[in-house]
Design a protein around this ligand. Structure first.
Ligand code: ZN
Length: 241
């Protein structure tokens, strides 16, 4: 028993030194679903977005999920049925985990941060407001068909990089949303540490880290381009018919 324990300690020591990739981050449209486990999201993680929807800034992270069945590649054309009411874009930094985490401390969380990309947390705003008024869960507003467009992901270079990530969304050539990890109410390591206190996280899970202000409705033929640290990494046309 003691020997096993020592081996584990040694393995942990080795793992903590590794900066090598834990996952292959590059996803093509055909393998996008195979690489992803669960999707965890956080509400109101940018104070200016909380204010625009007349919500208080939360004292602890507000966590919800999206179904993996609504993942779609953020490329080509994305179909959103027109009979679902207002559908808002929410542009978010998405982090994919390379290790399992449960009740993890922040060092283990930092080691587990593996890949980064951009997600759209598409939201049926009319439906969400209706559900909120009844104090019901938001699932019906968050997990409709194609509700989670995902860019390709790339390796995070080091844990310092997550303090300096910036996202931007252009719709029809106009900047609509811009945000950076500096503006977050809860940092990415704090968010994931918090989630892991309650929920066992698996390698392959992704965490959507909240949207900056200026969410807005999608219209038929809107053309979206998403930028990570100034680089255009995803683009798609929206079809609402
Ligand atoms: Zn969101």
């Amino acid at each position: 028993m003691k020997w096993v324990f020592l081996c584990r300690l040694n393995l942990n020591a080795i793992n903590s030194k590794l900066s090598a990739p834990k996952l292959n981050c590059v996803m093509s449209s055909s393998d996008i679903l195979k690489t992803i486990g669960s999707i965890y999201c956080v509400g109101r993680n940018y104070a200016d977005h909380a204010k625009e929807l007349n919500n208080p800034v939360p004292k602890e992270p507000i966590i919800f999920t999206k179904s993996t069945a609504c993942i779609v590649p953020f490329e080509g054309q994305i179909f959103i049925p027109d009979n679902l009411g207002r559908c808002d874009y929410e542009t978010e930094i998405a982090i994919q985990l390379g290790n399992d985490l449960y009740q993890a401390n922040q060092d283990r969380v930092l080691e587990a941060l593996s890949c980064v990309g951009i997600a759209l947390d598409l939201t049926l705003r009319d439906k969400q407001n209706e559900l909120r008024a009844k104090k019901y869960p938001w699932d019906l507003a968050k997990s409709f068909v194609n509700a989670c467009p995902l860019s390709k992901f790339r390796q995070l270079n080091d844990s310092k990089e997550i303090e300096e990530l910036e996202i931007k969304l252009e719709v029809n050539g106009e900047v609509r949303q811009q945000g950076s990890t500096e503006q977050m109410v809860f940092s990415i390591p704090d968010l994931i540490t918090f989630i892991s206190q309650h929920i066992p996280l698996r390698s392959g899970d992704i965490v959507l880290t909240g949207t900056p202000a200026n969410v807005g409705p999608l219209k038929n033929h809107d053309y979206l381009v998403a930028f990570l640290n100034g680089e255009a990494i995803a683009e798609a046309e929206i079809l609402r018919t």
